[in-house]
Design a protein around this ligand. Sequence first.
Ligand SMILES: Cc1cc2nc3c(=O)[nH]c(=O)nc-3n(C[C@H](O)[C@H](O)[C@H](O)COP(=O)(O)O)c2cc1C
Length: 358
Amino acid sequence: MSDPLLLPFQLGAMTIKNRIVSTCHAPALAEDGMPKERYQLYHLEKAKGGIGMTMIGGSSCVSPDSPSVFGQLDVSSDRMIPYFREFAERIHKEDCRIVCQISHLGRRTTWNDGDWLPVIAPSRVREPAHRGFPKVMDHSDIKRVIGDYVAAARRMRDAGLDGVEILQNAHLPGQFLSPDTNLRDDVEFSSKAGNIDKATSYGVKLKSNIRMGFIGVPDAVIGLGYIYENTKSLDQFTGLIRKFPRKSDHTFNFNFRHDITDIGLSYGAEGKFRSDTITQDINYYWPWNPGKEFKLFAEYNIIDGIKLRAEASQNGRFNGTSTNYKYNDHIKFNDLKTKAVKNHHFAREFQISLQGTF
Ligand SMILES: Cc1cc2nc3c(=O)[nH]c(=O)nc-3n(C[C@H](O)[C@H](O)[C@H](O)COP(=O)(O)O)c2cc1C
C-alpha cells in the first residue's frame, strides 16, 4: 500500500480513502431529470470497484432557465431529495464519497427546451456553439440564480451527499469572470461581502490649457491632457492579481480651438489616444488594442445667434486585421470550429448642423 494513488486524501473536512475519482459527467441515464435505478447502479458499480469518490450529476441544473438540454439532473426543486438520499446511502455503503456538480449554463443553454424560458447571461454576447442571443441578466436575475445555487447545495446536504462542485468554466460563473462575456459596467468593486477582497487603483491626471498669445494668436487655446491609471484586483478563485477589464493604463488627449471673432469663425480639433481599448460587435470581442479618436470642427456665425457648424470625427479604435478562434466545445478539446480573420476600418462620421441661440 505504498502507491500514493491508494493512500487517503484530505479534501477540506472530507477524507477520501484513495485518490481514484470518477469526475463529473452527464451519462444520459437520467429519467425525468432524476437519478433513478439505472443512473445509481452505474455509479454504484464504480464504488464497488473501489474508487474513493464518485462525482455525479455533470452540470446538474439549478434553475428553470438552465433546463436539462443534454440529459443533466434537475436539482432545481425538492423533488430530487428522495432520489439523492437513496443514491448517497448506496454509495456510502461501499465506503465511497459522493459529490454532485451543480451549475447554471447561462448563455450555453438553449431556449427551446424545458419551460422555453429566455437564455440569460451577464451580457448580450452570442454563444458560438448553441448560437443563442442571451437576455442580459438584471439584478433580480442575479439574486435569484445565486439563491438557486444555494438552494441546490442545501438540498445536497439534506440528501446526505458529501459535497457539491460548482462548475465555473464556460457556464454562468465563468461567463461573469471572463471579460470576453462580461461587458457589464455595473459590477461594483466595493468591499461588500462576497465580492473581491482586494482591489487597488492609483494614477495621475495632468491637464493644461495654454492661450497662444506667446506666438501672437491670443484667440487660440491649446490643451493637453494625460491620465495614467494603474488598476489591480485579486481574483479570489485563481489568486492571481490582474488589471480591471476595459481600463486603459494610459490616455492622452489634446484639443485646439481658435476663435477669429472679427469674421465670426471658429475652428479646432480634438484627439484622444488610449493604450487599451476594446473592439466588439455581436460576435466578437478583442480587448487591449490601442485606440484613437479625432474630431475636426468649424463654426461660422451667419448672423448674430445663428451659426453653421461642420464636424468630422474618426473613431479609430482599431485599423487592420485581427484573428479570432472559435471552438465547438472547450478550447482544451482543440476542436477548432472557425478561425475568423476580420478587416477593421476606422469609423468616420460627418455632421453639418445649424445652431441658434435665442
Ligand atoms: C460525455 C462527457 C460529459 C462530460 N460532462 C462534464 C460535465 O458536465 N462537467 C464537467 O465538469 N466535466 C464533464 N466532462 C469531463 C470529465 O469529467 C473529465 O474531466 C474528462 O472526461 C477528462 O477525464 P478522462 O480523461 O478521464 O475522460 C465530461 C466528459 C465526457 C466524456
